[in-house]
Design a protein. Sequence first.
Length: 447
Amino acid sequence: MSTAVFFRQALLPISSLFISIAFLATGYGMLMTFIGLYLKQAGLSEMVIGIINSAFFLGALLAAVFSQKLIVTVGHARSFSAFSAIMVMAFLGHTLHYNPWFWAGLRLLSGFAFYALLIVLESWLNEKSSSADRGRVLAVYTVVFFMATAIGQLILSLDVESHVVFVLGSVLVLASLFLVAITRISQPVLPPFERYSLPKVLHIAPLALVGSVIGGFFVGGFYTMVPVLVLNTYGQQSVVASFMAISIFGGLLAQWPVGTLSDRYGRRKLLAWAGLFSAAICLLLALLASQTWLFYLLGFLLGTSLFSIYPLSVARANDRLDHGKDLVEISRSLLFAYGIGSFLAPLILGAVLGISGGLFFSVLAVAALMLGGYALTAERIANDQLSVFVAVPAASGASLAQLDPRQDEQWVEDHKPIFPEDTPVANTTDTETEETNRSHYREDKQA
């Protein structure tokens, strides 16, 4: 399908969904960064700020488990309206009364509503995407989400007043709701809810599980506590906004070269690179970021690696599976692990930042080194057993796995890189071990 045909037949009919996603992501990026800045300027300790921010990701975890029941019961359009109402009430609630624990409750509601809205939109995108264009639809989704989130950061560089930020966030949610309310897109039918099985993922693809947790830890810490650290260091909200936007832009630009390299050389090597490179950049940020231009450059480089960890982890898990089989269940479990890492990040990094700002990036460096070291010791997978890398948004709902084009075995085969005949493959021991793992998994599944 040519680009023009894809735009006319596949993209244009669901353009309202992408615009709706853009509005939501802009508000998400703006509020995620602003909350920490506001609480710091209000005099709260870094530990309390971390607790309040972690409530957002606790809401995300609850949405992954409980929101689907409401969506199935009342339908996509009505549930989208309900979740939008919850999110707007939570945003505006910040302007009514300032109390740290009240705000923690509002953040929990915001996280629940936001990720439930993503589930609705992603399942809608999946319903309107065929196996032939699902990969490109997901690519557009990823670009839209990254760009909109970066725009949300840039809004903060205008130094708008706090109540304006919350009102603007509410307006963006309502604009998203308006587009969904007038859409003629048919409502999809969600499949039955599948429980998350982290032990199964650990048995099949331990590196993917570790990478998902650490990837969530990095992204969760980046959006919640890095703004507080930058404000402590530079004292200017505009510097915070620029640093965040530049880092997010770096993450977007890195998705495709990282994916190409991982398809060529394997996920293990790229996860090792992401861990070790992130560790080096974190140490440089802790030691050398005294000049603003250098700080921005290091932020861009950090974004290229930290936003690549989770999609690389999902690709690694797919390498361990027969193409298309159990992809949804495994991907949902990895996304849940990613959410756990995001939830833990503000708690841990908030406590560390309260002790010493110099330790902040050191803790991130240790987490990155753990990933890099573990990836280097992980088993190599033969080239002919590799799946295909797929870029994913910086935040996504539990329905993203259904949109993943790797469910289609023919799509995977069509997009696999062509290796030269003399390309070395995994040694006999690695191949035998891989086949043993696959056979054990088949036996477990049959049992």
